[in-house]
Design a binder for this molecule. Structure first.
Ligand SMILES: *Cc1c(COP(=O)(O)O)cnc(C)c1O
Length: 401
């Protein structure tokens, strides 16, 4: 079909979309309406942990759909019980509340912390969050986020989210008062441009939380589920939070998220939290399939090795092209371009790379979270050959932008 024939004006115009329509995906490849193939290093913003339409997720959906799609969250179902058991067995947490999106899981974490403050801390409700953080697009999670401009966008904000700076323990300590109930952060800020917490900062936050009786909340929507080379990001830092949220990778592309907490923080009572689709067996079956892949003994060590391989390649490219810093953990990485040509690089790689030798009828999908920065979040099972191809495409793109 011709692009002009698609009814694109029927969708709310919430973001500039390129003039192409995706019709098929397989692993690290996507195909558009014209049959052009794209090497995908965005993967729905770190969502497709195992790439597009992996066999194990297709099988989980095909097997579960005819059995039971959703009995209601007010009843137990075997599949969500199994996934909750897997998540608690392989983490430091004791209980799970399933959700559909990262923002919803974070809303749950915020509600849980406020409830805990009411029960255990004399009504304390403030949660310290960080500048440049991203926690979602609901009103409360936008208020928790430290994205520049978001404080006025849908004013008035939800109150109770004083801001501190990443890797500045003193700035966090300064915000603590009698109203403080917790500290919430992404161990690596994803949307903010892959800004990594230092292990010292994470340990310092744990100590501050213990000293003042606060909850440490890790938003692992992007860093959880193997992205950093460990099953959960906090394990990389060796610091246990009281509450963690998961999203993105746990569903491998389908809407599934989770809120996990240690026993002492599990204070929800009947009526406090819920949701029509929460814990539905169809999505939970996918979560089990993703967990099963990640728990294969060779899987996470390979993510770590692939992260090092990608990092080495990007570092070499940066040295050759005189670009800026390469950083990240595992398969969540960023490259500073030195100049604000991120958008131009993304557009050329997608639309114009096909004119370069070896890229006939092919493009490359990249992400530029900030004007001078590229972010890489490939499938966790990306191949070394695909990483080589990315590096080649990026080199050709940088020569033309
Ligand atoms: C993507 C993201 C969210 C929001 O998840 P949605 O599923 O889009 O609601 C929240 N926190 C972090 C760290 C994220 O990367």
């Amino acid at each position: 079909m011709n692009f002009q024939e698609y009814p694109t004006q029927t969708l709310m115009n919430i973001t500039p979309r390129p003039s192409l329509v995706f019709t098929r995906g397989d692993g690290s490849s996507l195909w558009d309406h014209a049959g052009k193939r794209y090497l995908d290093f965005v993967q729905g913003w770190a969502v497709n942990a195992l790439g597009h339409s992996p066999r194990c997720i297709v099988d989980a959906l095909i097997t579960q759909a005819p059995r039971l799609i959703t009995p209601s969250p007010a009843f137990y179902n075997e599949v969500s019980l199994k996934l909750a058991e897997m998540l608690t067995q392989h983490s430091c947490f004791d209980q799970v509340f399933f959700a559909n999106t990262g923002a919803e899981a974070n809303e749950g974490a915020i509600k849980l912390a406020r409830k805990w403050g009411r029960v255990h801390k004399g009504g304390a409700f403030e949660i310290i969050t960080l500048v440049n953080s991203f926690h979602g697009r609901t009103l409360a999670t936008m208020s928790a986020s430290g994205k520049p401009g978001w404080d006025t966008m849908f004013a008035p904000q939800v109150p109770g989210f004083p801001k501190a700076d990443l890797n500045d323990l003193e700035s966090v300590a300064r915000q603590i008062n009698a109203r403080t109930v917790g500290i919430m952060l992404e161990p690596v800020q994803g949307e903010g441009g892959v800004n990594c917490a230092t292990p010292e900062f994470m340990r310092g936050l744990r100590a501050l939380a213990d000293q003042h009786g606060l909850l440490l909340i890790c938003d692992e929507v992007q860093t959880g589920m193997g992205r950093l080379g460990t099953l959960f990001g906090y394990q990389y830092f060796g610091v246990e939070p009281d509450i963690m949220t998961l999203g993105k990778g746990i569903g491998g592309g389908v809407p599934l998220a989770a809120l996990l907490a240690k026993t002492h923080a599990c204070v929800f009572e009947h009526g406090d939290q819920g949701g029509t689709y929460n814990g539905n067996p169809l999505m939970a079956a996918v979560g089990i399939a993703v967990m099963n892949e990640l728990l294969k003994p060779e899987f996470l060590p390979e993510v770590k090795a692939l992260g090092e391989y990608l990092s080495a390649g990007l570092k070499a490219l940066s040295a050759a092209e005189q670009l800026g810093e390469e950083r990240g953990i595992g398969l969540l990485r960023a490259l500073e371009l030195g100049t604000e040509r991120g958008a131009a690089v993304v557009a050329f790689a997608r639309d114009d790379l096909a004119k370069e030798p070896g890229w006939e009828n092919m493009g490359l999908l990249l992400n530029s979270p900030r004007p001078a920065c590229l972010r890489f979040m490939p499938a966790l099972n990306v191949s070394r050959a695909e990483i080589d191809q990315l590096l080649n495409g990026l080199r050709l793109t940088l020569a033309r932008t």
